[in-house]
Ligand binder design. Structure first.
Ligand code: LMR
Length: 333
């Protein structure tokens, strides 16, 4: 063997172990702030993965739509450009999975415990299984919290919503909900909401307090009413081909990290939203109004229509299964 061949062989054998030690890379893209509940849970997951796999898997978290916006992120996952996302439940409907819009039905969950009976129980598992034929593996449900409405005018009764342009996520249920209040739904990517509110493209919006605070919506919304009329949560998903192609030992470690991150996410969500509400109040820029029981009842009554209107789209079966699981009675709404 001449000297140059030796050199190449030496270089090659030196390079191989380095190459073999390259960690598996998981790009985890999401649209909220790093300090929103989902942002914190994604970081927690990244740290658990690093610890459990001892560096064999590296999770890079991209917050605030820095990689992809709402619609593109789903395509990116299916094409394998990113490996993990945590879209809100509504954002799965465009894949043809309309059942996930059941979570958008107004007032369907009275307490977090009832919600968890669904997301962490057999109904949640059966919903996650529906993702597989789409090339997507559903890993977990993560909470954010209950949404409240905001605008630049006080919103005390359904009549106050008349003719407002309200930003919503892309969801037929949220469209129906908005129309039930006499307002106009305007679908806008989450990353564009602040600007849409600032420039008056939309007049108001709905979101949990954590999103409202971390996206600084208090700068551009004068009034918020604690309607807490609907749930916002996430499904953590991965590309199924990528997931199935992982060595089983690594997959088990990732599953464990996801279990830990789910416990963390669902533990911090309520507290994060409570803290965000306190900070919104402290800004003094958005007046926060708590509706009276009678005002809350009026909102419920106005929004019940959406349950009936959307049943054929979402599927009576899943709606009834959730009613049974949570004891929800539309006649008492
Ligand atoms: C929204 O678009 O309003 C939310 O779904 C954003 C998020 O992911 O919390």
């Amino acid at each position: 063997m001449n000297i140059s061949k030796l050199l190449i062989a030496a270089l090659f054998s030196a390079a191989l172990p380095v190459f073999a030690q390259q960690p598996v890379l998981i790009k985890f893209s999401h649209v909220v702030a790093p300090d929103a509940p989902k942002g914190k849970a994604a970081e927690f997951f990244a740290q658990r993965v690093a610890a459990l796999t001892r560096g064999a898997v590296k999770v890079e978290v991209y917050a605030n739509s820095t990689l992809y916006k709402d619609k593109e992120e789903m395509e990116a996952l299916q094409l394998g450009a990113v490996q993990m996302l945590a879209p809100s439940v509504a954002k799965l409907a465009p894949l043809g999975l309309k059942e996930f819009e059941v979570f958008d039905l107004p007032y369907i969950f009275d307490t977090t415990a009832l919600l968890h009976k669904v997301t962490q129980g057999p109904i949640g598992a059966s919903l996650l299984a529906k993702l597989e034929p789409k090339g997507i593996k559903g890993l977990a449900f993560w909470d954010n919290g209950l949404k409240s409405f905001s605008a630049n005018r006080p919103l005390r009764t359904p009549a106050d919503f008349r003719d407002l342009k309200l930003r919503i996520q892309s969801s037929k249920v949220l469209e129906s909900q908005t129309r039930a209040l006499g307002a106009f739904p305007q679908i806008t990517a989450f990353s564009d909401v602040y600007q849409a509110l600032q420039t008056g493209i939309v007049d108001g919006t709905e979101n949990p307090h954590s999103n409202f605070y971390t996206q600084r919506m208090y700068e551009v919304q004068k009034h918020m009413t604690l309607t807490e009329h609907g749930y916002l949560g996430y499904v953590v998903i991965t590309n199924k081909r990528f997931w199935d192609g992982l060595p089983s030992g690594i997959r088990n470690q990732l599953e464990q990290a996801m279990k830990d991150a789910t416990v963390y996410a669902n533990r911090i969500a309520q507290e994060e939203n409570d803290n965000a509400l306190a900070k919104i109040r402290q800004t003094g820029k958005t007046q926060v109004y708590t509706p009276t029981p009678a005002e809350r009842a009026a909102f419920k009554k106005a929004l019940l229509k959406t349950h009936q209107e959307m049943a054929p789209r979402i599927g009576r079966e899943i709606i009834d299964a959730i009613y049974r699981e949570t004891g929800f009675d539309p006649d008492k709404m």
